[in-house]
Design a protein around this ligand. Structure first.
Ligand SMILES: [Zn+2]
Length: 393
């Protein structure tokens, strides 16, 4: 009898402890962001300002040095090694995104030319939890040290994004579909970030990006190597971001211009073909230098017209819920440098994915429906549940 009583009491207490644990884990609690597909009579085109007179900057914001020795498997892989490698690959922007650490501008000292020194963008990767729910802080001012180690509730993910946004110009969800770092349910509900790392050497999150876009989150694309060892060919120049700039060649462009281009979507992603991914630095450089760039992407009347500076094997137009809308030219042997799609009344967003003759891919940001002319749809506001507004840290 006595033993039975003891067991009962123990189970009750254990139950209370477990319940308390799960309750505390939910805090603070947020209301899910609205899941409203883009709407309105106008189209927002992120490439409206792109013209042949400007230039495209080659950028990588995701590379880890040996700052945290046990994370990297590189022999040396110092910050200088990273700068040197990306420099010889012709990159304009070299971001060193160590975990929980903002690399200072000294890492880039002496890089670039005397008249146009290397552009320094402060970045770091946030997160040290078990399921790799990571974020990039771009234009980072301060490191946010808190994280939730165990698999995170979406409210906890929202909480982190809010805190990161206060400390950086831009926040990106890193490799979101990798290891379930962010689920489909998460990205339908989450708000308060700017960029979605669709292309990452470890994981391509294209389908999950369509889930975010389809639920009305104007998340713009970013692509990055997530290099951990720059001496390994497959860590380098596989996924990169091209950023539009009006600055003249040989002159540097201010960081603010870069942040603005990323936020407004005047950028696109490149995923190089497998053969080049395994190639040498020289082969990679030659591939990138020869690759056509986006010449223009315009909306003329009800047509979305995309023009490249060179030939593509195929243009694919993709819309709401990842639906495949149109393919140009549609035959395997055809090749063209432009394509168009007639926007339909039911279209909420349309994005273009281009296959090049060597099987590299270009991923463009979407044109989106908007209620206010020339304005990008806004991220839905984030609200805490009433009871939890006291948990503010
Ligand atoms: Zn990561």
């Amino acid at each position: 009898m006595g033993r039975k009583h003891k067991t009962g009491r123990f189970l009750r207490r254990a139950g209370i402890v477990v319940s308390l644990f799960f309750l505390v884990r939910q805090m603070p609690l947020y209301k899910p962001a609205l899941e409203d597909p883009f709407s309105g009579q106008y189209w927002y085109n992120p490439y409206e300002q792109v013209h042949p007179g400007g230039r495209w900057l080659r950028a990588n914001f995701h590379a880890h040095s040996n700052a945290w020795g046990f994370f990297t498997n590189g022999r040396k892989n110092t910050r200088e090694d990273i700068v040197l490698k990306y420099d010889s690959l012709g990159y304009d922007i070299i971001g060193i995104s160590d975990y929980q650490h903002i690399t200072d501008s000294l890492a880039l000292a002496g890089a670039g030319t005397p008249s146009a020194p290397r552009l320094y963008i402060p970045v770091y990767e946030h997160g040290f939890n078990v399921l790799k729910t990571h974020q990039s802080s771009i234009g980072a001012r301060k490191v946010y040290w808190n994280d939730f180690i165990l698999p995170q509730t979406w409210s906890q993910k929202q909480h982190i994004l809010n805190r990161l946004q206060e400390r950086a110009a831009l926040v990106a969800l890193n490799h979101p579909a990798w290891m379930g770092g962010y689920s489909q349910r998460d990205v339908r509900r989450l708000s308060g970030y700017h960029l979605f790392e669709v292309l990452n050497d470890f994981w391509i999150s294209e389908g999950l990006w369509d889930v975010a876009l389809s639920s009305g989150k104007p998340a713009m694309l970013i692509a990055g190597d997530d290099a951990h060892n720059v001496f390994k060919p497959t860590d380098l120049a596989r996924d990169l971001t091209m950023i539009f700039s009006n600055s003249l060649p040989g002159t540097s462009c201010p960081p603010k211009t870069v942040y603005r281009a990323l936020e407004t979507g005047a950028a696109y992603g490149i995923e190089v073909t497998r053969r080049v991914a395994r190639g040498s630095v020289v082969q990679k450089r030659a591939c990138l230098d020869a690759m056509p760039v986006l010449q223009s992407c315009r909306i003329k009347g009800d047509s979305l017209v995309v023009v490249l500076t060179g030939r593509a094997r195929q243009f694919n137009f993709i819309g709401q819920d990842g639906a495949f809308l149109k393919s140009v030219p549609g035959t395997a042997d055809g090749a063209a440098d432009s394509a168009f799609y007639i926007l339909q009344a039911q279209d909420r967003y349309v994005r273009v994915k281009i296959s090049l003759p060597d099987s590299s891919h270009l991923y463009l940001n979407p044109v989106m429906r908007t209620a206010a002319k020339n304005n990008k749809p806004t991220m839905p506001a984030v609200q805490k549940r009433r009871l939890f507004t006291i948990f503010d840290s």
